[in-house]
Design a protein around this ligand. Sequence first.
Ligand SMILES: CC(C)(COP(=O)(O)OP(=O)(O)OC[C@H]1O[C@@H](n2cnc3c(N)ncnc32)[C@H](O)[C@@H]1OP(=O)(O)O)[C@@H](O)C(=O)NCCC(=O)NCCS
Length: 331
Amino acid sequence: MPRSRFLGTGFAVPDRVVGNDDLSKLMDTSDEWIRTRTGIQERRWVREGETGADLAFRATGQALESADLRAGDLDAIVYATSTPDHFAPGGGVFLQRMLGIGTIPAIDIRTQCSGFVYALSVADAWIRCGQYRRILVVGAEVQSTGMDVSTEGRNTAVIFADGAGAVVLGPSEDERRGILAFDLHSEGKHAEKLWVDSPGSMYHPRVSPEHLTAGRHFLQMDGKEVFRHAVIRMPESVRAVLAATGHGTADLALLLAHQANLRISEMMQRDLGLRDDQVYNNIQRYGNTTAATIPIALDECVRAGRISPGDLLVLTAFGSGFMWGSAAVRW
Ligand SMILES: CC(C)(COP(=O)(O)OP(=O)(O)OC[C@H]1O[C@@H](n2cnc3c(N)ncnc32)[C@H](O)[C@@H]1OP(=O)(O)O)[C@@H](O)C(=O)NCCC(=O)NCCS
């Protein structure tokens, strides 16, 4: 079975920059609080009418260009989002329609912040079993339209943001290169610690004026609990995926961690004993774009020349569910 490797990468964020001072005009917060607690300096929010599929389409264009492929060369789309443009169908088909390509399958992966790692695992399995050869894997999110931007919602509104990243995966001719292993987990007993309650099919109607008044359609987060689990689970998963490949943290060229909060990333770096050149953070500029953080960071690193052929990378994420996981990659 061939391993799957990355043929191209790309990302897109809205051009609307929202600084910390812009947020302090909407809610009781400050640039100082946001920088020291989260590391975020600015983030991007969509303009009215701009969708997750729009961002995914732009990211896909870059990924295809860097892979030297055209949309028509794709065999499947795996689309990770926790914020689909509509309740149904998923975001993947809207992207497929924009790409103007035949009838290839498009599935959505709804595993929130760990969405991109889970999406990669699905695409990798398809490639390894020979079902598809060229798979577009996307992480795309629009969080800004679902946040309470009053003081009541400030613990999430300052963190979450919009963006999309895309990669094209294909079979590797060199059996030593490509995706080496995955480590995936979930723990549903924490489902309500980071969630959007409504709309939900358990309610009739799925969303009501009472839900809206109570703010149950906003992202709700128990920040301290998320933090506590994230700083344990991500390092644990990084070690597990490295062990599965017979490697240790000293062999790691680059850790690309989900950009949840700079303090979480820094604690993880210390726990794993990694040097600064072994990690990459860009949350300062984009905030937490959920399933999009890893492919955005990956594309920035590729374009900046921070990743060379043969490098060992680990991609790791933790988030709502709780769900978490890692992928080890020989670039
Ligand atoms: C959200 C988070 C930054 C809050 O930081 P914290 O140090 O835990 O802060 P607390 O929640 O204890 O709040 C401390 C105080 O700051 C206030 N506060 C919360 N958000 C604030 C904001 N945006 N601006 C100003 N003050 C804020 C709180 O109301 C609280 O005030 P109080 O002491 O008067 O009650 C932190 O918990 C966190 O990063 N959690 C993980 C979030 C995450 O990574 N989510 C994504 C996972 S995928």
